[in-house]
Each structure stands twice: as C-alpha cells, then as structure tokens.
Design a protein around this ligand. Structure first.
Ligand code: SF4
Ligand code: SF4
Length: 188
C-alpha cells in the first residue's frame, strides 16, 4: 500500500466512542489520554433549524508533518508510505513536537517520559490488517485504504463525495485523514 489513510464519513458516525475505547486497549494508551476521540460539533444555527454531528479526531499523518520537522533527535519520522511514527528509543521528551502539531494529537506519556500518538495501527497494517478503530466501527463510518489507488474503496468514496470531502484546517501540513459530511455544514 503506497499511501495508507483513513476516510471518516461523518454522516454515519453516531458518537458511540467505540473507536476511542478499542484504540486505548489495542495501544495501551495512558489513563486520561487518547490517541483518537470523538468530539461533538455544534449545535449550529438557530432553533428550530439546528445542526450537529460527531467528529473523530486523531493524528492526521500529515504529508508535511511539522512534528517531524522540529524533532531534534530524529525520533519523530515519516515512513516511506507516509505514516508518521515516533521512535521511543530516540525520544527525549522535549515536547517540541507537541507544540508544533496544529491538531493537538500528541501527548507526553507520563509513565515512560516519551511522546506518543496514533500510529495508524502501523503494526496491524504491516500484518495485513486494518487499524483497530476501522475494524471496530459498527457504523462503517471509518474506511481505511490506499489514497494512491484510484480503485480502492477510499478513493472511490472520495471521488463520489466530490466537494463534500474535507480535511482539518490546513496550515501547510497537508493532513491526510479525510472527512465526508453531506448533511450539515462543515465547521472543522
Ligand atoms: Fe504530526 Fe500532528 Fe500531523 Fe500527526 S497531525 S503528523 S502529530 S503534525
Ligand atoms: Fe522528538 Fe520526542 Fe522531542 Fe517530540 S518529544 S520532538 S518525538 S524528541
């Protein structure tokens, strides 16, 4: 897979937080911290015309990750397939990357003194499996696949959704996680 990524269909997400929970279990995420969590967006508008939706947030595995640029030890790095990871043997816990990430998805693990975040379940991808958040989503809100393959499910869905496909605010990082929202206004 050349460019693994996740597409999140916000019209399908019901905010059940099962992705949040299974991610913590799969990746032994510290108590009180999250590698992915679902936030409530809205309500927007004026009663009775109100809109709201649920938006899962996670590392965007940016094409140009500022977290990698600022890391003084090379601990934060980008794999050839674009997944952004942290080599915990090289991390000195300076947290430059935490400050540099525009999406607030990194934190210092107080147990180990190193920074952690979503790995896109690289260990599962390398074993031919989907990320656990994708596998566990009962709504099929999350779709995992290769953005570089025009015949992949993720590419076809993005193409079909047209201008209803969004990324989080791009501050030059070029986030790779994509969102679809048809039924409400995008405020991400
Ligand atoms: Fe780095 Fe933040 Fe982008 Fe993830 S979302 S790759 S932590 S800058
Ligand atoms: Fe790199 Fe670790 Fe410092 Fe982050 S906290 S910039 S990963 S050394």
């Amino acid at each position: 897979m050349k460019k693994p990524a996740i597409l999140i269909d916000l019209d399908r997400c019901v905010g059940c937080q099962s992705c949040t929970v299974v991610c913590k279990m799969e990746n032994d995420v510290e108590l009180g911290e999250f590698w992915t969590k679902v936030v409530h967006m809205g309500p927007y508008g004026k009663f009775p015309d109100l809109q709201m939706y649920f938006m899962p947030k996670l590392c965007q595995h940016c094409e140009e990750p500022s977290c990698v640029d600022v890391c003084p030890t090379g601990a934060s790095f980008q794999r050839e397939d674009g997944i952004v990871l942290i080599d915990h043997n090289k991390c000195i816990g300076c947290q430059f990357c935490v400050m540099a990430c525009p999406y607030g998805v990194r934190h210092l693990d107080k147990r180990s003194g190193v920074v952690t975040k979503c790995t896109l379940c690289a260990h599962r991808i390398d074993a031919g499996e989907e990320p656990i958040c994708v596998k566990s989503c009962q709504q099929r809100s999350r779709i995992f696949g290769d953005l570089d393959d025009p015949n992949s499910e993720i590419s076809k869905k993005i193409q079909a959704a047209g201008d209803k496909v969004y990324t989080l605010t791009d501050t030059g990082n070029h986030p790779k996680v994509r969102y679809i929202l048809q039924k409400a206004d995008w405020k991400g």
